[in-house]
Design a protein around this ligand. Sequence first.
Ligand code: 13P
Length: 287
Amino acid sequence: MLVSAKEMLDKARAGKYAVGQFNINNLEWTKAILLTAEELKSPVILGVSEGAGKYMTGMETVAAMVKAMDKSLGITVPVALHLDHGSYEGCYKCIKAGFTSIMFDGSHFPIEENVAKTTELVNASHNLGLSIEAEVGSIGGEEDGVVGMGECADPNECKMIADLGVDFLAAGIGNIHGQYPANWAGLSFETLAAVNEKVGEMPLVLHGGTGIPADMIKKAISLGVAKINVNTECQLAFAAATREYIEAGKDKQGKGFDPRKLLAPGFEAIKATVKEKMELFGSVGKA
Ligand code: 13P
């Protein structure tokens, strides 16, 4: 069932668990995530970066695929189709294409411009029943061409953006897209606690979910995080399982080269990763 992400995240925040946003790249990713959410009776958010959308030939293709797959698989749990790190123009494209949620990443603009553009997009998305995420501070590292320096968010700026009526807020707290370096300083819980105090009951979003230790995830949830984004970890799991299949020569046995066989171990690896995360985030049985 395709829905906005607002209700599922308000419930998660109140119930002290988090809903996973898992980024999709193609049909296998989408199917693996939807089936796992349904099996575990968990709400779920499918994240689409602008790069992944382009790869899948555009956001209209993505929206059509997700809607049709949700229906043909008979998915009953709440599913939000969400633009990840959207540009101003990208947000409008996804609103038009039929997404149910968008993220406007205005974190690289001066705060006045972030405020002006976010205000406009809050109205545009709410008029059509979509939820909207905004970002303050920045997520370090690179994801599909979106590069961040990893500045921690200013809690006063978070309040300013939260007050514009966004439904959930991503605040930079030392989190990084991709794998964490060995010398990573960890999440800044001081920043998270200060942001949480300023924004009241607003669900907070933790990007860069790959590789964050379980104890830090739990602490972040206790401080208001209700949405956790995971992308790289599914990619690593898919790549490792596919490599294992090919290195074992299985593609050369019988019809092992059939893409439905070749991609099956990677598909199962994505399912296992999503399951592990949903269990850790506490969203199992919350649909
Ligand atoms: P990772 O790739 O580090 O899991 O980050 C995902 C993310 O934050 C998507 O916005």
